[in-house]
Design a protein around this ligand. Sequence first.
Ligand code: HEM
Length: 523
Amino acid sequence: MHPILLVFVSLLGIYLLQIVVEFWRTIHNVGHLSGPRLLFDHERFLVWAIAKLLPPIPYVSRGGSWMLRTKHQDFAAAGQDATAMVTMIPWPSAVIYLADAAAIKEVATFRAKFPKPVDMYEALFAFGGNIIASEGEDWKRYRTIAAPAFSERNTRLVWDETIRIMFDLFDNVWGDSPEIVLDHCVDITLPIALFVIGVAGFGRRVTWTSDLSVPPGHQMPFKDALHIVSTNLILKMGLPNWAMKLTERTRRVNLAFDELRQYMVEMVNARRSAETREERHDLFNGLLDAADDNPDGSVAITEQELIGNMFIFLLAGHETTAHTLCFTFALLALHPDEQERLYQQIKGILVDLNGMPTYEDMNRFTLSMAVLYETLRMFPPVSAIPKRAAEDTSLTVSNADGGETTFPIPSGTRVDYQVPGLHYNPKYWKDPHTFRPERFLGEWPRNAFLPFSSGARGCLGRRFFETESVAAITMMILKYRVEVKDEPEFVGETFEQRYARITAFDQLLNTAPRRVPLVFKRR
Ligand code: HEM
């Protein structure tokens, strides 16, 4: 054998031998927790992207959207509510997945022991320093500034504007048509969520019929910039700057980012040069208020951080909301009896309100909220919430025979909340595969419901989202009956087939419905 080839083969042999030894050591170090064993590390971006396209292949790929597809199965097979995925190449590593409410609560409580692995959120820095992609002192500063923006007044604004947007849709877009056929329900839920974040987030009213003129100094109307940015955030995060200049589409996306940034800079300047401060309750103004009110006069947040956080609100809040609303209408269309029950409650409440609910009425729509929660339980937009052990530690989970298992966690190991695993865990949820909104009407296991994460790092926009969604669902079901669109190629399918088709999903940055063809019939 040629000496160079001999050296290469020997080095490769040593590497493979080390990998095999390290692989067994990694399994041993997490207490031999059962779970998938895979050849390649799924967390590398390229492998992750390829794995999404592949079908499940034993020891190679779990296939796309595996968490929501497999739900609680891995945990049931393991006989306990913790599993470890151990991968081999390029270097053995383990990710521990939890579907045990008490263990998750412990991880959320001991934040210093289980901080957020911010290196995984690197792509989000494309927008500037921000609350989601930070930890420690930076995160505390962002949270202190951002939390007051999600005020009671902002929530009220969200409610009022959502009702207005829904009426605008019914009166000025759908008009007198007795039925509206949509090939994919996101065609209305994406705009609804965009308009709400436009006005209650950015303080700019954009709507179905809003004016598309381009103000001086701009190349694109605000509405287009907001829309293009919000639907292309993944593209911008995934591609390097030079690649964004290659095609007409990516150049337009780049332009939209520049335009939205410029609109925001102008909004900051207009506000700072204004003689009197306007009383406004959108998130952008809320952030500016907090930034300006720093008691020692120092800059609490730079302009770049302000804009970075606004981009993040758009990323965190737009598609998650739109997709959840879409799944909600899909589930109501698939379960007409549940839809009727919801309609009866809404009608009963609105009889004495002349059809125009106010923010004060929100808590009376208990079934609207229950339907929303049941949708979030079954189709959580975020499947995995990652943490990383900062020191050698251990956790205890319950197992199938009623006992407990304690396992070690070496420092540096990823520990993820596996949200679908928790949400479909029969220990907490009776008949977890059945759509049963009323389970959220009485007492329910709050620690086993994690669509918004929990603890100090829980979702800041939860109330924003809930308010908008309850208003949108309530108005829609009051005015329209939702049905699955009849399509000749699906005649004769069983309920299970129809359910699987209408709720089919892909998991990208969040869970996205694949195609939800619905008909909205005027009541
Ligand atoms: C269905 C709707 C939503 C869901 C399921 C959701 C879910 C989540 C989850 C799971 C996290 C934790 C992420 C992590 O640890 O990496 C989070 C954080 C966050 N969300 Fe949401 N979210 C939703 C809507 C919104 C909206 C509408 C906004 C803002 C307008 C928003 C703003 C935020 C922010 C600022 C954080 C970071 C909190 C922190 O790290 O301190 N979210 N959200």
